[in-house]
Design a protein around this ligand. Structure first.
Ligand code: PGA
Length: 256
């Protein structure tokens, strides 16, 4: 049975003390869920202290970003090699990195390659914006982002990569974004699967694909039941420990 991934992306929220309190609360309620891989992505500063507090059988850590060089004159960056032993996953190419920090496909491809080189699982985010959707460009955008992000990834390494589909127009519904319907998501899952198959053939079948965009405890089940979806990337709702645990419980029930 393939795993179901429940990944909480805290973005630039919760300082070190708040992160530690959250984790304490989470670990109190979190049981080992067979088949569910629970991952949280705190801020960079909180990663190291939380890595000392977690029980890796129940919970893993992800970095929200990294730089692809191992060391050097790159002021303000965090190398992927310095995350070794601390984070098991790294989120790469999140739409906020692409749109606010102007990350290019070349940056993203280098980061994916660096993560694989350092045995940290990349979670490669892709997704179209509102205007790209409106202009009927979703298929082209998803194809370009997959080609761009995966161009250094061999067929052999493909099983070490996770893709997260996050339509930009559906991120942060609390700030006015729209909810994607399961049909919207299913249509994009088909585009992504077809593209991966064209690139990698049969090896693409087992590649985990997550959905992200305003997931909450009430809609998590519907997204998890979409064929081809193997987990969720959760922003806002993951900031409240009780909501995050509710989503993990939903995942447990769905995979039963
Ligand atoms: P959201 O964020 O769940 O708050 O929409 C998802 C994400 O940006 O990864």
């Amino acid at each position: 049975m393939s795993k179901t991934y429940i990944v909480g992306n805290w973005k630039m929220n919760l300082n070190v003390g708040e992160s530690s309190l959250y984790l304490h609360k989470l670990l109190k309620r979190l049981k080992i869920a067979r088949g569910v891989e629970v991952v949280i992505a705190p801020t960079t500063l909180a990663l190291q202290p939380l890595s000392l507090q977690i029980d890796r059988k129940r919970l893993k850590l992800a970095a929200q970003n990294c730089y692809y060089q191992d060391f050097g004159a790159y002021t303000g960056e965090t190398s992927i090699s310095s995350l070794k032993g601390i984070a098991d996953y790294v989120i790469i190419g999140h739409s906020e990195r692409r749109n606010i920090f102007k990350e290019t496909d070349k940056d993203i491809r280098n980061k994916v390659a660096a993560a694989l080189r350092n045995n940290i699982t990349p979670i490669l985010c892709i997704g179209e914006t509102e205007s790209e959707k409106t202009f009927g460009e979703t298929e082209d955008v998803l194809r370009d982002q997959l080609l761009g992000g995966l161009s250094e990834v061999s067929t052999e390494d493909l099983k070490k990569v996770i893709i997260a589909y996050e339509p930009v127009w559906a991120i942060s519904s609390t700030k006015g974004a729209r909810l994607a319907s399961p049909d919207d998501v299913a249509a994009s899952v088909k585009i992504i699967k077809d593209q991966l198959k064209a690139l990698y053939g049969k090896a693409a079948d087992d590649m985990p694909l997550l959905y992200g965009g305003s997931v909450n405890p009430s809609n998590a089940g519907a997204y998890l039941m979409i064929p081809g979806i193997n987990g969720l990337l959760i922003g806002g709702a993951s900031l409240i420990a009780d909501h995050f645990i509710d989503i993990i419980d939903v995942a447990r029930r769905v995979i039963k």
